[in-house]
Design a protein around this ligand. Structure first.
Ligand code: PLP
Ligand code: COI
Length: 365
């Protein structure tokens, strides 16, 4: 199924790339998710034939048949990762093989073919290479990469498709939240669940995000930056945010994060933070943490900080938690000390400012 060794990419560069002036103007204030580079990667898959027709070409709209099965049954997965320009001018990726492996795990859950790790890596490196002038020269800037795959077979029967398209696009990015690294507010969704046992919560599939949007809309209505979901069975245990994992910092040196029980995304930032926190001497506990406990601990001062983390958000302090039952504030409501320290440690590794003891940084060119 995963046969793709020696896949040769056809490289056809854009004949109308963005001018230097226009690019520089765009890169001065990239925001998140609205700016795109000049090229994209595409690889086709067909049952029996495997992966074929790999190409890097100019970024352009793709024609789709209205009966393409992704449009009906949402067989789609994606990844989110960043390329960084390091202090010494080289470019690098952060733990990219982890994204490749998670992409395979998502594919398995959604009954899609697995893209070999080596092909995933090749596609990412090719795109970063041609887009090397697209790194935003702003604080916290990066080239956000979005690999994704969807069912392209023209068929309305309900079964796993036999044809897929894998693509990678790149988007120069600044901070995910407009507030940058200052504390965000979150809305506790009590009416909607993101994922249930046996569902797709641990896969990075578009459907999970579609299911979260009504709750995210509620969050925005309540002036919150993000929604936080509780478990589907008891509506009691904190799971994760719409697009980030969550951590709780206690006053006795413990750092708590919900366990990977199959309903939350196994974040690469989450795993990295746990390792860095242990190195800082913290006791890391992966265990269920109840929403009422969060409020009680925040009010009693047992909980001193909370933060969200993910590729897009990096490490973002949570200042206020709002819900139908009322609001509570964490610490002073602003960025906490340990959150700031972990964020800085991670960013320093990602950007080559400190030694990469864990072998997390893959330097490109
Ligand atoms: N949880 C969800 C639902 C996400 O969308 C993301 C972002 O990718 C994360 C957690 C964090 O994962 P990672 O740290 O691998 O980016
Ligand atoms: C990422 O962090 O890469 C995500 O996919 C999450 C989303 C909030 C953009």
């Amino acid at each position: 199924m995963a046969r793709a060794e020696n896949l040769e990419f056809l490289i056809e560069k854009s004949d109308s790339p963005t001018s230097v002036e226009a690019r520089q103007a765009q890169l001065a204030d990239p925001g998140f998710g609205t700016l795109f580079t000049d090229h994209m990667v595409m690889i086709k898959y067909r049952e029996g034939q495997g992966w074929h027709d790999a190409r890097l070409q100019k970024r352009e709209p793709i024609a789709m048949d209205p009966a393409s099965s992704v449009l009906h049954y949402a067989q789609e997965i994606f990844e989110g990762m960043k390329a960084y320009r390091l202090a010494d001018g080289t470019t690098a990726l952060f733990r990219p093989e982890e994204n490749a492996r998670r992409f395979q795990a998502s594919a398995r859950r959604m009954a899609m073919p697995e893209l070999p790790v080596s092909t995933f890596m090749q596609s990412i490196e090719l795109l970063v290479d041609v887009e090397r002038d697209w790194f935003p020269p702003v604080d916290g800037g990066s080239l956000y990469l979005r690999p994704f795959m969807f069912a392209s077979e023209v068929f309305l029967g309900v079964r796993p498709a036999k044809e897929y398209l894998y693509m990678v696009i790149a988007s120069p990015a600044g901070a995910y939240f407009k507030s940058g690294a200052s504390a965000v507010s979150i809305w506790v969704s009590t009416d909607y669940s993101r994922a249930a046992t046996g569902g797709t919560g641990a896969a990075k599939c578009g459907g999970n995000y579609a299911a979260s949007l009504v709750a995210q809309a509620e969050a925005i209505e309540r002036d919150c930056d993000q929604v936080v979901f509780l478990d589907a069975a008891e509506h009691r245990w904190v799971e994760e945010l719409g697009g980030m994992n969550v951590f709780f910092v206690m006053d006795d040196g413990r750092l708590i994060t919900p366990p990977l029980s199959g309903t939350i995304l196994p974040g690469i930032t989450r795993e990295s933070i746990m390792m860095l926190a242990r190195e800082e001497g913290l006791t890391v506990e992966e265990r269920p943490y109840a929403i009422d406990q969060w409020e009680a601990d925040a009010n009693s001062g047992k909980l001193i900080e909370s933060f969200a983390c993910g590729t897009a958000a990096v490490v973002t302090p949570i200042g206020t938690v709002k819900s139908e039952k009322g609001d509570f504030t964490i610490g002073s409501g602003g960025p906490g000390q340990l959150t700031g320290k972990l964020r800085a440690r991670l960013a320093d590794i990602q950007r080559g400012v400190v030694e990469d003891k864990h072998g997390w940084v893959k330097r490109l060119f």
